[in-house]
Design a protein around this ligand. Structure first.
Ligand code: BGC
Length: 788
């Protein structure tokens, strides 16, 4: 035991001791002598191109160093998995991983950490003073619901500042998988059922984060749409569906923001792991889209399950040859397989060098390489303000009968029901979670804003919630790292108490909460559908308050779509707050009071019934008890592309969201040659507000079928004062007219009539205009991909 401790301490000292490379001047040129040989080596010469420097660096590396750099440093403390013994905790505790240092050449370890709602690191360190909390921003879905790319860029900038000031080099975000089905346990991390929204939001976050000089990793590339058997699920998807739906967002993100890295996903597509698919990682990502960065696997990607980690290797040669440069988090068995492959020639030198070149490009541009003196003091105060604003802007007003909201009565008490009112959910669990210093609950937010919250209810709810949280913490400790969240049952509030509150309070609020996380999908019963205790709460409270002529607001503090059709007529107002980050309660209060006029819009459809979801029939795959294969039978008809084309009534359509004011649309002008669309929006109500202008395009379908209309552009107005107007100009690309026609292996705009529809949701179109394309346009020919 003693020996182990001693070895551990020595190892720690060795790892943490990093000589500062001497600064030397030779012939008037000052440089860092990274290898300490007193000479100017080519790779140390920052006047040379990165490629030249890397050539020199690779030539100086031993095979062992090369193999070491192709895998990460391991994942310490990953619950009892023996193969990761020997993994090192990098310089930033709680970060997900890093690349290996080569101390003799002065190459540092480069640190990567999650995730989409903000940086995830350990907030408390044993031997360090102070704390290392990060800002919990709204989850991806909430961010996307703003439809405001400049706001997201601001959020990204703030996230990136935390990344940089805590000594991390790249953020493992954004996550932009398509919400194929409302039950996916990670939907809260993702943006939309629509690839344009997914792509544009990702662009904004990447640009914001990377403006700090740190990297991002857009993930999970591609089609990581379910958590059930995520390490081994084989997805059967046709090429058109891949290109139009599951890749399109990544394509936009790569072309418009050049993320430093891409993370391949866990799943297989048509029989091959995504991390081993050359068509995906090289032909499409690099040759077609021009990606310049590095690809890393998701953690243990390519292993069929955690059991397979015990000594086994992923197919490293196939992964590295496909263009997956870095294997994360890195396992000793993988290093051995790489060295064997290098020796017997099955892993060609060119492949090794190509992958190394991309990893080294990443390393050379990192703050670690520049020895950036991070402060461990990011601007947490400033970021709390940003997350508060972003969360409020992402909230969607689903219902507001009789203009109940904004609600300004601060003299009379509000009766606040529902356990989640007292335990607001900032974000989901797993790697998309953030270790924040605090979360503002709904009642705290309301109190901060000057509202009177009923104290009797508070006194009953607070201990109930505290006890339930304690019980839950015991369960989670037992289940370990990937323990999934469980719904907290509603406290029983008897009729007498509800009646009493209906008599004394001026208004009732009921909060319905949902949480989910990595490693598991949601269920239909008591998750998508409300549980009996929640239905009873809504029924009892609305009946009692309405009997007294008083109103009820429901707040949905959820990370994914739930059933609303059966109960939405009961409350007077419904505010979808999503999981709004650490300032959540304050953000809700901002909407509640009218400080902020809601301008969030749905980025997915709320169906009437789960069973009507297009992928409901084949969700998770077969065999049902332990799926190995899933066929995407619905093809491109995901979300509104299905509901709106087949005219299936929904509870809330894609793009929907209310406001405290009204807008009028006029003067639609379509310039067919420049592909610009201009429209005037006027605030016709009595308070200032922002509107989201959505452009849907209906295209001719001569040879293939197409959705009724697809979102092709959107823009958000500035804050328009009552009576104020703004002309918005939306730009289309020829590619936006095209669909992928497999028979031609190309994106083709078919000849015929195109209809531009401008709406405030996918079903609420205010202005439309047609134009005609006389001849077919082959917009882009591409590689054949996704064959079995
Ligand atoms: C998740 C990734 C995450 C990685 C590192 C994986 O389990 O799927 O999204 O970035 O872990 O924490």
């Amino acid at each position: 035991m003693k020996r182990i401790l001693l070895t551990g301490a020595v190892a720690f000292l060795l790892i943490s001791w990093k000589p500062i490379p001497p600064i030397i001047t030779i012939d008037g040129y000052t440089f860092r002598d990274l290898n300490g040989n007193g000479k100017l080596d080519r790779y140390e010469d920052e006047r040379l191109s990165v490629d030249d420097r890397i050539d020199d660096l690779i030539s100086k590396m031993t095979d062992d160093e090369k193999a070491g750099l192709l895998i990460g440093t391991g994942m310490p403390g990953f619950n009892g998995l023996t193969p990761v013994a020997g993994a090192i905790e990098g310089k930033v505790p709680g970060a997900a991983g890093g690349t290996c240092a080569i101390p003799r050449l002065g190459i540092p370890e480069v640190i990567v950490a999650d995730g989409p709602a903000g940086l995830r690191i350990k907030p408390i360190r044993k031997d360090a003073k102070g704390t290392f909390y990060c800002t919990a921003f709204p989850v991806g879905t909430a961010l996307a619901s703003t439809w405001n790319t400049s706001l997201l860029e601001e959020v990204g900038k703030a996230m990136g500042q935390e990344v940089k000031e805590y000594g991390v080099d790249a953020l493992l975000a954004p996550a932009l998988n398509i919400m194929r089905n409302p039950l996916c346990g990670r939907n809260f991390e993702y943006y939309s059922e629509d690839p344009l929204i997914a792509g544009k939001m990702a662009v904004a976050i990447v640009n914001g984060v990377q403006s700090n000089g740190v990297g991002t990793s857009i993930k999970h590339y591609a089609a990581n749409n379910q958590e059930t058997n995520r390490l081994s699920i084989n997805e059967h998807i046709d090429e058109r569906t891949m290109r139009e739906i599951y890749l399109r967002g990544f394509e936009i993100a790569v072309k418009e923001s050049q993320p430093w890295t891409v993370m391949s996903s866990y799943n297989l597509i048509n029989g091959t792991y995504t991390s081993a698919r050359k068509d995906l990682l090289t032909d499409i990502l690099r040759d077609e889209w021009g990606f310049k960065g590095m690809v890393m696997t998701d953690w243990f990607g390519g292993y069929a399950g955690f059991a397979a980690l015990q000594g086994g290797t992923s197919n490293v040669v196939q992964q590295l040859s496909a263009g997956n440069d870095l294997l994360m988090p890195g396992l000793p068995a993988q290093k051995k397989a790489i060295l064997d492959g290098m020796k017997d020639g099955s892993l060609p030198k060119e492949v090794v060098n190509t992958d190394l070149r991309r990893i080294l490009t990443f390393v050379l541009r990192s703050p670690a390489m520049a020895k950036y003196a991070y402060s461990n003091h990011p601007d947490l105060k400033g970021h709390a303000n940003i997350t508060r604003r972003a969360a409020a802007e992402g909230m969607v007003l689903l219902k507001n009968d009789g203009q109940l909201l904004p609600y300004t009565n601060q003299t009379k008490e509000i009766a606040t029901f529902g356990v989640t009112s007292y335990n607001f959910i900032a974000g989901g669990t797993g790697s998309g979670d953030v270790n924040e210093a605090y979360t503002v609950s709904l009642i705290d937010g309301l109190s901060n804003a000057g509202y009177k919250v009923d104290q009797e209810l508070k006194k009953l709810y607070v201990p109930y919630v505290k006890h339930a949280l304690y019980q839950d913490s015991l369960r989670r400790a037992k289940e370990g790292l990937l323990a999934l969240p469980e719904r907290m049952k509603e406290m029983n509030v008897d009729k007498a108490l509800v009646d009493k509150k209906a008599a004394s309070a001026a208004l009732a609020i009921i909060t319905i909460g949902r949480n989910s996380g990595e490693g598991g999908d949601r269920k239909v019963n008591e998750d998508f559908n409300l549980a009996a205790d929640e239905v009873a709460l809504i029924e009892n409270v609305t009946a009692a308050f309405h009997a007294k002529g008083k109103k009820v607001v429901v707040i949905l503090n959820i990370g994914g779509v739930i059933e609303t059709a059966s109960w939405k007529d009961k409350p007077d107002a419904i505010l979808l707050s999503w999981q709004p980050g650490q300032e959540g309660g304050n953000s809700v209060a901002d909407i509640f009071s009218g400080q902020v006029n809601p301008s969030g819009r749905l980025t997915m459809t709320f169906p009437v019934k789960y069973e009507e979801t297009p992928s409901a029939k084949n969700w998770l795959g077969t065999p049902a008890d332990n799926p190995t294969d899933v066929t995407y039978e619905e093809g491109i008809y995901v979300g509104y592309r299905y509901f709106n084309t087949k005219n299936i009534p929904v509870s809330y359509p894609f793009g929907f969201g209310g406001s405290y004011t009204t807008f009028a649309y006029s003067d639609l002008k379509v310039d067919k040659d420049k592909l610009t669309v201009a429209v005037t929006v006027k605030n016709t109500g009595r308070v200032a507000g922002k509107e989201v202008v959505q452009l849907y395009l209906a295209a001719p379908h001569n040879t293939i079928d197409k959705p009724a209309a697809e979102l092709k552009a959107f823009a958000k107005t500035k804050v328009l004062k009552p009576g104020e107007r703004e002309v918005l100009t939306l730009q289309l690309q020829t590619r936006d007219l095209a669909s992928f026609i497999e028979a031609q292996q190309a994106w083709v705009a078919e000849p015929g009539k195109y209809t531009v529809k401008i709406g405030s949701s996918s079903l609420d179109i205010h202005q439309q205009a047609d134009f005609t394309l006389d001849d077919a346009l082959i917009v882009e020919k591409v590689h054949k991909a996704f064959e079995k």
